[in-house]
Design a protein around this ligand. Structure first.
Ligand code: MF3
Ligand code: CO
Ligand code: CO
Length: 267
């Protein structure tokens, strides 16, 4: 398709959509406790989106070769890497779950996800979630005009692998705007100085999927969506939508409930 560059109106549309997507996660946060099912989380989100006046971008989403996605968000628990479909299984103490929300407001898309710790979780699970969060930010802080997509991927990969983890290759971040998935692909691994050069007005997601074990993934079952780690190791993911500005970046999916950026991120 080609990269789209947002003008002032587009940027304002993306700010609003991004903020609203993040506010869905804020709203869900106190509910994500042992005993709730992911289907109940989905229903809470659907009701909240209705109040916001947003539409879920995932409900009915059907890229070619896929069945229509059946829910208002994705819930990926433990060794599920991404695209987990909400179901009637209750979350239990010790689980980690990624909740990934994409909303549409006035035609603009906002896409963001966070990890949630369900009750007390193991030190290993907590570290994976924390390192993945930092990995996302190592990518975000690269963003400014002149930098290339390979620099973002390299920064994420270096930090994640340096922490003893692996980076999923099959799924990536993406341009986003008035469509859910636009060019460019934003890989979470790579070589410095390679691939597309960033220019002001680009908006894309950074959403690394990091595995505690090997990087390989496979489809789970036959729902056509759920992706799990091949070795059943835990997987974590965080996602922000970002804008390339004249001198750096603006994160479009921050809200009151967003965790603070890690200390290496300058104001
Ligand atoms: N929100 C996901 C992303 O970050 C895409 C989910 S598509 C779905 O790109 F159909 F699985 F919901
Ligand atoms: Co995304
Ligand atoms: Co997403």
């Amino acid at each position: 398709m080609g990269i789209t560059y947002k003008d002032v109106d587009g940027i304002q549309g993306m700010r609003v959509a991004g903020q609203l997507a993040a506010e869905v996660l804020d709203y869900l946060t106190p509910f994500i406790k042992p005993g709730i099912t992911t289907r109940e989380i989905d229903q809470l989100a659907a009701d909240f989106m209705k109040k916001q006046g947003t539409t879920s971008a995932t409900l009915g989403y059907q890229p070619s070769g896929y069945p229509a996605y059946p829910a208002s968000l994705c819930t990926s628990v433990n060794h599920v890497v991404c695209h987990g479909i909400p179901n009637d299984k209750a979350l239990k103490k010790g689980d980690i779950v990624n909740v990934d929300v994409t909303v549409i407001m006035d035609g603009w898309y906002g896409d963001t996800s966070r990890m949630f710790l369900v009750g007390d979780v193991s030190i290993a699970a907590k570290r994976l979630c924390a390192v993945t969060y930092e990995a996302m930010w190592h990518g975000i802080v690269q963003v400014r005009p002149g930098v290339r997509l390979g620099d973002i991927g390299f920064a994420i990969q270096k930090f994640a692998e340096g922490s003893g983890y692996s980076v999923v290759r099959e799924f990536c971040g993406h341009g986003i705007g008035q469509r859910f998935h636009e060019d460019p692909q934003v890989l979470h691994y790579g070589r410095p100085g390679t691939l597309e050069e960033l220019t002001p007005g680009m908006t894309f997601t950074i959403e690394p999927m990091i595995n505690a074990g090997r990087r390989e993934v496979k489809e789970f079952g036959s729902d056509g969506w759920t992706i799990v780690t091949k070795d059943h190791s835990l997987s974590a993911q965080w996602e922000h939508t970002v804008l390339v500005t004249e001198n750096g970046y603006e994160v479009l999916t921050l809200s009151a409930g967003s965790p603070p950026p890690p200390p290496f991120v300058k104001g």
